[in-house]
Ligand binder design. Sequence first.
Ligand code: ADP
Length: 442
Amino acid sequence: MPNGGASLATEAVEAAAHAFAGWSRRTVKDRAAILRKWFDLIIPNRQDLARILTSEQGKPIAEALGEIDYAAAYIEFYAEEAKRVAGELLPSHRADARIMVLRQPIGVVAAITPWNFPAAMITRKVAPALAAGCTVVVKPAPETPLTALALAELARRAGFPPGTINVITGDAIAIGGVLTSHPKVRMVGFTGSTEVGKILMRQASSTVKKVALELGGNAPFIVFDDADIDAAVEGAIASKFRNMGQTCVCTNRIYAQSGIHDAFVEKLAGRVAELRVGDGFEDGIQQGPLINQEAVAKVEAHIADALDRGARIVVGGRRHAKGRTFFEPTVIVGATAEMAVAREETFGPLAPVFRFNSDDDVIAAANDTETGLAAYFFSTNVARIFKVMEQLEYGMVGINTGVMSTELAPFGGIKESGNSGEGSSHGILEFTELKYACVGGL
Ligand code: ADP
């Protein structure tokens, strides 16, 4: 990959700014047609894209195919949605004037994205931005640039004009410095760690850019006594072990109510023990390697800290016999609020189970974190479902399901998990700004 820095970033911003004039003035139908063409090129190439993705990221090929389809779905959706961004004519305060409200594209958008979803985190920002009439500069994660460049090549073939989509690789700090300070960048969209999100927000303040952040989570997963246990176990597997636990919406803390705790743990441990770990290209593999050695060290540290404070391993607990960055899918019981697993996102295949008694206690425990991205709970009691759903301080709540991401819904967090919503008709509005025009003298 090119090892770009500040000058490459400046060149990319200027190319995007130059392209903005033409792209933003195209009709929405034109923009929609090119986006749709991009989607139509991705689908027949999904096998190749998934192979690139698994090669550089490690997730099993079935998950990689799922991600390519999910990534493409944002392009399909926003190709359609481009046509529905409308202004307003509001009732006027004066007989001789009219109030018009225009929704215009915000301008050049910088997108800085992580390695855990090398395709979807890009399309989720780039597709609505382009649909709204913005141009983009993308800086993918250094771990996964190839998926980003393959998508960009398909975009080129789809007919996006030069400068509309720019992908640059290299020194994150130097590139990030330009993307958050160049006056021609009007918005910075970032998905990644809370720590880096805060740095970018600070840097972007000097030129008052819009900043849209999707940051870390610490998702609680609550199983109430009245839950369907089998469904809860499947939900826990899906939400905890997807991408080997390396997603921001992955379950981090499992709370099981006393009445079902033991039965739930036994079934969960049985299912976790069956998860097949290995090369993501082999048939039937459900867990690939972790992204790097630091990721493995963090899982080990969380396990060691929990054991020191009284937790017990039910299944897994060690580096996998395959070596390198493979790790055994792990379940521990006896987790408590003092442990690192309660406070920090593990971002790996560790499922700690906490025991609880009352609804109020578990809601307080679930909310006792500075983050607020995804939460999950399982219950069959309608009154409880509404109460818990309303009281959880999270941007997204999965009820009787461990998987909820879709381009049709707004994905986003509250508190320190972020300030934006990607997906749905709301997602495109993030890339627009309102202009009030008062037409007088009528
Ligand atoms: P993760 O822990 O998932 O790798 P990071 O927040 O470190 O999350 O990285 C997410 C993205 O942010 C990556 O593209 C990375 O290169 C980029 N990044 C990291 N540090 C900076 C920075 N100081 N300025 C701009 N981008 C950065």
